[in-house]
Structure formats: C-alpha cells, structure tokens
Design a binder for this molecule. Structure first.
Ligand code: PLP
Length: 433
C-alpha cells in the first residue's frame, strides 16, 4: 500500500515511512491510495473467525510488505488481547465497550498497535538518534500512548496536556510512569497543546536536530487499527438489519476508521457523529460551511476539539462530495445538561452506567431513532465512567467503583513539567532529552 499526502505536495510513501513520519513533509495527513476490500468469505463468516484473524485480514493490505506475516500476527494479537463486548442496554440500543484495555479507553487499541509497529521499525534499523513521540492530549490519548510506549526500546515519549482540564485518573495515567515517558503540563487548552505540537513538526531546524514523530490519531498506525472493533461489533450483532453506529467524536479519527471499514465492505446502515458543544461538523452537515472555532470546555473533554484533524480524511473517503457524505453521516450536538440527564436516566432505568462521552453518543442515537423508527444501533462506549468520576458521581449520587487495574495509580506521585503556551518552552524541553 502506498500513502499520499492530502496536501498533495509530497511524494507517496509506504506504511513504514508514514508511521515513522506521522505527517507528510507538506504537513498533510497521509491517506491510503486505495481502499482494500475485505473478502466476502470473511465478511459472511465473521462469527466463525477469531478476532486476531479478522484484525490481521483487515490491516494486512495497509501494512503491505513493511512488516512480515509473523511479526504482524504478533502485533495484532497483542493489540486486541482484551475483551471488546457488545452489550445490550435496551431494545434496539447496544454499547460496544471499548474500555477494557489497560487505560480504560478505546485509544488503547490504536496506541498498542502503533507502538508495536514503531518498536518493530526501530529494532530493524540501527538508528543513531532515538525517536521522540510527541503528542498532545485532551485526556485519553496521553494515557494510552504512555502505556502503549512504556519501556519500548529506542523511543522517548513527550506528552502535552492542558493543565487542570483532564481528570485525576487521566492525569495519573500520563504522569506516573516515568522511564521514557515525560509529561508537559501546559497552562492553556487542548487546542494550544495541539498547536504547539504542530509548530514543532513544522520547524525544520528542530526536526533536523531531533527525530520526531506523532502518536496523535493523524498517524496512520493509530488510525487504521481502529477499524478492528467495528468488525468485532458486527461479529456480535444479531439484529436483522445492519446497525446505526453512534460515535462520540472529537478529532474524528474513530468514526473515520468506522467509515473506512464500511467502504471496505462492512455492512452499516448509518453513522452518527455525536458531538458536544464543539459542533463544527454538526454545523457543516447542516450548512455545508466548515468553520473551525476555538474549542470550548465541556464535561466530555476528550471531544473538546474546535478543528477536528481527521475530518479532512472523511471528506476524502467520499471524494470531497457533500451529497454522498450526507447520505451516510448525520451529526447531533448534545449539551452538558442533557449529557448529565442521560447518565442519570440510563443508570436509573436500564441499570447501565455511561461515561459522559458514551452518554453523548447515546442521546445522539436516540434522536436519530426518533426520526427513524425501528433502526437498531449501538454506541461506541469509548471510556470507562471511572475516568470521569466527578461528573458521574454528581449525577448518580454514587461513587464509581474503581477497577483494580487503575486503583493503584491513585497513590502514585505525579511528575510533570509545567510550561506556558510558548513554543520556546516546548523546544527547550525537547532539547533536554
Ligand atoms: C479521544 C476520545 C474521543 C474522541 O475520539 P476521536 O477519534 O478524536 O473522535 C471520544 N471519547 C473518548 C473517551 C476519547 O478518549
């Protein structure tokens, strides 16, 4: 598979180079030259195949000969080595629980796959310089990347996060590991963090001194494996018609992977981009005007993105045509008040505890179903509610039980370096490594 830049000013490249570089030299996102079709024999027999086999079949064409079969099998197996159940909440509404991985969020899948690919590529070439994975997080990316890359030989990780805008468990997940993981606490917003990271990648003096790569969802090795669990959901789907899928969306990498899976042959009735007050895409689907704005803070903070970086990939999937895109994608914007109300209601009536992101998706799916009677669907439950204890406890009046897999974090000491929203401060921190 070859990848081209969506800015069309860089040469095409292969999976290995796209993974190592993260972004094309012209600052564009990499995009596959064609969309491989999953064989009908696989699509029609999902139930009888193992998750590893499905994942391997889906990803292999994208990797090509960059990773040999045995290594790719190992990487895929390690990536999906935790349960991903499709759980019924009520009639016609299911939840694909993506929070059973090590940091209790769906980003574990992309981060585990990417870290293992990068580890493979680094081991292969005798690099003089260590690679520095530079990443901005609004909450969950940081923990998943820190965990996925922890102790990977030849890789240093630098995580920028907005001070005071991530939950305490999220913060612990990215500030307590040590070793090759460093956290920079930026006194600004997530968009500021993302801007600083973009500036670093655009700085040719810096990138000739240091070997930088990104682990944000713009990296193809994080984006593409997110297709896996859409197939796993269909493996467990027993309703008559293809599902409507509601995805809580921030940078739109997750939903974009689902739409790619669909174009590869996976049956899906409709996609719903569930957004909080950061509703640039919701507005776009109504007005055809794409108007990025600064992010506003909400209780579903992993979706506080004012200019979603992967939306351009979604447009590319549909050849920049508004009509066909609108056929397959709807979007709803859900307020914080409604989100809280939904968490409360669903806990009381269905005995199911949603996190704020899942609750946004739940409400969006409900709104769609009110207009399309009988359309069964599922939400992507992207994080465990314990990652957002303040909101969930306030609403339900009960503490969220802390799973043992994260309980130990609470006593660990936070280690971060506070920096202002200043590119010089970031540069200084990078040169210190
Ligand atoms: C990152 C994240 C999202 C948003 O995913 P995108 O791929 O950026 O759209 C949603 N929910 C949670 C819990 C997240 O961590």
């Amino acid at each position: 598979m070859k990848y081209y830049s969506l800015n069309h000013q860089s040469p095409v490249t292969n999976f290995k180079e796209a993974t190592i570089k993260g972004q094309a030299p012209d600052k564009g996102l990499y995009f596959p030259e064609y969309i491989p079709q999953v064989p009908q024999a696989v699509l029609q027999n999902l139930q009888s195949l193992s998750r590893e086999e499905i994942a391997y079949t889906v990803i292999q064409p994208y990797v090509g000969d960059a990773i040999p079969e045995n290594d790719l099998h190992r990487i895929v197996t390690e990536t999906v080595n935790f349960p991903i159940p499709l759980v019924q909440i009520k009639e016609g509404v299911f939840s694909l629980e993506l929070f059973h991985g090590p940091t209790l969020a769906f980003k574990d899948i992309g981060a585990r796959f990417m870290s293992r690919c990068l580890g493979y590529f680094m081991g292969q070439q005798q690099q003089q310089k260590k690679v520095i994975v530079l990443v901005a997080t609004s909450g969950d990316t940081g923990g998943a990347v820190a965990n996925g890359f922890y102790d990977v030989e030849g890789v240093e990780v630098v995580i920028l996060y907005p001070s005071g805008k991530v939950s305490s468990i999220q913060e612990k997940q990215l500030t307590t590991l040590g070793k090759n993981i460093r956290a920079l606490e930026v006194t600004g917003t997530f968009d500021d963090c993302q801007q600083l990271v973009k500036q670093a990648f655009a700085d040719s003096a810096l990138t000739s001194d240091l070997f930088l790569t990104s682990a944000n969802s713009i990296n193809v090795a994080r984006w593409l494996p997110q297709q896996f669990y859409y197939f796993f959901a269909l493996q467990q789907w027993k309703e008559k018609e293809a599902p409507v899928i509601a995805v809580p969306s921030g940078n739109f990498g997750n939903i974009c992977a689902g739409m790619l899976a669909h174009l590869s042959g996976l049956p899906v009735k409709h996609f719903i981009a569930a957004c909080n007050a950061n509703d640039v895409v919701t507005q776009y689907l109504h007005t055809q005007q794409y108007q990025p704005r600064p992010a506003v803070a909400t209780i579903s903070n992993a979706m506080d993105v004012g200019n979603p970086s992967n939306f351009i990939r979604i447009q590319e999937l549909y050849q920049q045509q508004f009509g066909p895109l609108q056929q397959v994608l709807s979007s709803y914007c859900i307020s914080d008040d409604t989100t809280k109300q939904v968490i409360k209601e669903v806990a009381a009536t269905e005995d199911y505890l949603l996190d704020p992101h899942g609750a946004v998706a739940y409400k969006a799916l409900q709104q769609y179903q009110q207009q399309h009677a009988g359309a069964a669907g599922f939400i992507l439950e992207t994080a465990h509610p314990v990652k957002f204890p303040d909101v969930v406890e306030e609403v339900t009046g009960k503490p969220v039980p802390v799973p043992p897999s994260v309980a130990y974090l609470l006593d660990k000491e936070k280690k971060s370096k506070v920096i202002a929203v200043s590119y010089d401060a970031l540069k200084e921190a990078l040169y210190e490594i």
